[in-house]
Design a binder for this molecule. Structure first.
Ligand SMILES: NC(=O)c1ccc[n+]([C@@H]2O[C@H](COP(=O)([O-])OP(=O)(O)OC[C@H]3O[C@@H](n4cnc5c(N)ncnc54)[C@H](OP(=O)(O)O)[C@@H]3O)[C@@H](O)[C@H]2O)c1
Length: 274
């Protein structure tokens, strides 16, 4: 049901997955991930920083799904940068998840003031060579950071996971990704369920298509080619956010949503995050 996107290393990723940021570890995460897998999601996006990898792993084990039916992403925590440290942190994530490899491993933030993301990237290259991860990528990297990886290392990131929603469209970064074979992953794809979903342009399109505002926004991402993983701890919304493959937005409606760009960043500026 969910289409896949082929990354620059040949690995295929389901274009829509399930994000677990801010779901408490323990029963909450196990129930939410269990519900998502039951509903048909096959791609889970977690991070060492979220503290819920172990619960994600328990839900995966309880699902009885074969490992090769699932795509699991996790991310390197900010206090674990460094070539060797990154590989140690990945081993800890694998132990917590109860997996012998993850499908995608990301540097969570570039932390440019520390000036160690190039060395850290070499650690991810080694983890990939050792078979502990199928694809490696980055998150919250800006053009200057991607340029530096290109100049100083041998591997182009498979993805860059960045904040992206209709009122923060990241045109410059998306163009860079397109030119360099990097897939765009959109975090907070529905603007954290906040004011974005109340915008008149979006509610009007929701009415026009007979869909929810969240479904219209997710459809916009999919038609632009973005990879998304909306988070919800609400069973009905978990189903709703996956039910976005039975309709298509007209090109001018996609353009209407893209024109909502107002530079409305919700999270930290990656150049300032330290
Ligand atoms: N790399 C990074 O730095 C980074 C940063 C942030 C997030 N992420 C990743 O991206 C994922 C998604 O981003 P996010 O969690 O920040 O935000 P999001 O997916 O845009 O929004 C989640 C919020 O929207 C609500 N919601 C979900 N479905 C809805 C619907 N159909 N209608 C109305 N409201 C709905 C949820 O509420 P309920 O849960 O109450 O239903 C929750 O409060 C994260 O889980 C994480 O995996 C990565």
């Amino acid at each position: 049901m969910v289409p896949t996107i082929t990354l620059n290393d040949g690995v295929r990723i389901p274009q829509l997955g399930f994000g677990v940021f801010q779901i408490d570890p323990g029963a909450d995460t196990e129930q939410a991930v269990g519900k998502a897998l039951e509903a048909g999601y096959r791609h889970i996006d977690t991070a060492q920083m979220y503290g819920n990898e172990e619960s994600v792993g328990k839900a995966i084990a309880a699902s009885g799904l074969a490992r090769d039916e699932l795509f699991v992403t996790t991310k390197l925590n900010n206090d674990r940068h460094g070539r060797d440290e990154a590989q140690k942190a990945l081993e800890e994530s694998l132990t917590a998840l109860g997996l012998d490899h993850v499908d995608l491993y990301l540097i969570h933030w570039p932390l440019p003031q520390r000036d160690d993301y190039v060395e850290t990237w070499r650690g991810l290259e080694q983890a990939k060579a050792a078979g502990r991860v199928r694809s490696i990528g980055v998150s919250n990297f800006q053009v200057a950071h991607l340029d530096r990886l290109a100049a100083e290392t041998d591997t182009v990131p498979a993805v860059n996971q960045i904040e992206l929603h209709p009122d923060f469209t990241q045109d410059e970064l998306r163009a860079y990704h397109r030119d360099h074979g990097i897939a765009t992953e959109a975090w907070s794809p529905i603007g954290q369920g906040g004011e974005l979903l109340q915008l008149q342009e979006i509610t009007a399109l929701a009415e026009k298509y007979g869909k929810s505002a969240a479904q219209v926004v997710l459809r916009w991402h999919l038609q632009l080619g973005n990879i998304v993983f909306p988070k919800s701890a609400t069973p009905a919304r978990i189903e709703e956010n996956l039910d976005v493959f039975g309709f298509e937005l007209a090109d001018d409606d996609v353009a209407t949503l893209s024109a909502l760009d107002a530079g409305n960043r919700l999270g930290p500026d990656p150049d300032e995050m330290n």
